[in-house]
Write a protein that binds this ligand. Structure first.
Ligand SMILES: [Zn+2]
Ligand SMILES: [Zn+2]
Ligand SMILES: [Zn+2]
Length: 140
């Protein structure tokens, strides 16, 4: 994802490329782990971007609608996290129980199971969740 892609996506839905949108997307692009709205807010404040928490929520919502950002909810946390979606494969996460570090698992082992579930239930499956927890190398 780049500035041009953002421009195109926003324009297509009649929205403007604001500095805020660019700043949030840029931050997510250079952060390897999914960030919560509060973390996005705190990080951008450190970088002297004028933004408030409500705007962060609104911005990630817009970026999500555009398919640029994915929302992740890990069940040990009471908050959503956001990461870049565009151009990335569907994947899952592992989170450290001690320090909260999150790492992308660049695989999905559920394709076969999904087919099985569909044939057994006649559902059309459109999503699933799978997450791992444990202790990262630093916390062991
Ligand atoms: Zn850890
Ligand atoms: Zn991820
Ligand atoms: Zn999966």
């Amino acid at each position: 994802m780049n500035a041009a892609g953002l421009k195109k996506g926003l324009k297509a839905t009649g929205r403007r490329v604001t500095r805020t949108r660019q700043a949030v997307l840029g931050l997510l692009e250079r952060t390897p782990q999914p960030l919560s709205a509060t973390e996005i807010f705190e990080q951008l404040q450190k970088e002297n971007v004028a933004i408030d928490l409500v705007t962060v929520y609104r911005t990630v919502h817009v970026l999500k609608e555009l398919g640029l950002v994915a929302q992740i909810e890990l069940h040990h946390e009471g908050q959503a996290r956001y990461e870049i979606k565009e151009g990335r494969e569907h994947h899952h996460h592992i989170q450290c129980q001690m320090c909260g570090a999150i790492v992308d698992l660049l695989l999905c082992p559920l394709k076969k199971i999904t087919k099985l579930i569909e044939s057994q239930t006649k559902f059309v499956v459109d999503d699933h969740t799978l997450e791992f927890t444990g202790l990262c190398p630093r916390c062991q």
